[in-house]
Design a binder for this molecule. Structure first.
Ligand code: NAD
Length: 272
């Protein structure tokens, strides 16, 4: 079910499915969405300094009054806050906005050349202090991770990357598996732009499911974590109801065949 967790390389456990809150700028709408998701069984909530809604996430969690240990909160350090001091200072503000004593997962939002290793040193420090339970990266490719490995004491346990049927990232997934890094898909639904794809429609019809559900089930069966976003109650529930059907091997490979290597985001820059 939605609460199922995956074991990370550092020994912590992370829910496989979560709610992404990018572009949720209306505070009340965000609070309602987080509450709906929680009541549906979601336990992972994915925000970022850049989304400017950490305070609303904190407010929603406070109003829910949920057991802290049950909830898994991810936030990300903005590009402009990279570097040792920038991470430490901005993280303290994030924690305050979230009204939390610690976050479960802290991600470097984007690879940039400046302060590359200093940023990570701050992440390792925050983990050592217990203010962050797990540390990871976002939008890091194989070369970024190989470069990080040359100086890191601890490697990221999660890499959150753009991943959907039009950008299937097969070799990246393979690399992450070999390095004990859990791949977490952002824009798992291709930001809602691929629902009309005939392959998906055909598979969805065969299972009496929506195309969104088929895509999320594909992520699940590939062993990925995924954090679809929606502000609509019916869609939040719909996206969580993917645990009662299974895609066949043939359907899995049909979806794999949809890959076009097209990105919503810019290509992450080379930093070494
Ligand atoms: P997504 O693939 O989750 O698509 C979201 C859109 O799909 C929604 O706005 C909605 O229009 C539509 N949708 C969702 N469920 C639907 C359903 N059941 N039926 C019909 N339409 C539906 O895209 P996203 O929001 O970009 O990505 C998800 C999360 O990933 C974000 O909210 C954010 O938390 C994270 N993210 C991270 C990065 C990064 O750089 N690390 C970048 C982008 C997003």
């Amino acid at each position: 079910n939605i609460g199922t967790r995956v074991k990370l390389a550092d020994g912590n456990e992370m829910p496989i499915q979560g709610l992404g809150v990018y572009k949720m700028t209306d505070e009340q709408q965000l609070i309602n969405s987080v509450k709906t998701a929680y009541n549906t069984g979601y336990r992972l909530f994915d925000t970022a300094q850049m989304y400017k809604n950490e305070a609303a996430v904190g407010q929603a969690l406070k109003e829910l009054g949920a057991d802290r240990k049950e909830i898994f909160v991810t936030t990300k350090i903005d590009e402009e806050n990279q570097g040792y001091d920038g991470v430490m200072k901005s993280f303290e503000e994030s924690l305050k906005k979230l009204q939390l004593d610690y976050v479960d997962l802290l991600l470097v939002h984007w690879p940039i050349h400046q302060h590359f290793f200093e940023t990570w040193r701050a992440f390792e420090q925050l983990k050592a202090e217990g203010l962050v339970k797990s540390i990871g990266t976002s939008n890091y490719g194989m070369l970024h991770l190989e470069y990080l490995k040359t100086k890191a004491n601890e490697m990221p346990v999660v890499d959150q990357i753009e991943n959907h049927p039009y950008l299937s990232q097969e070799s990246m997934l393979e690399f992450n598996r070999e390095n004990n890094i859990v791949t977490q898909a952002w824009a798992p639904l291709g930001r809602g732009r691929i629902f009309d794809d005939p392959t998906l429609v055909q598979i969805a019809n065969a299972h009496q499911k929506s195309t969104a559900q088929v895509i999320l089930r594909w992520h699940l069966q590939r062993g990925n974590s995924f954090i679809p976003k929606s502000v609509h109650e019916n869609r939040i529930v719909e996206n969580g109801s993917i645990y009662d059907f299974e895609l066949t091997d043939e359907e899995m490979s049909l979806i794999a065949g949809m890959n076009k290597n097209t990105r919503i985001s810019q290509e992450p820059e080379m930093v070494y």
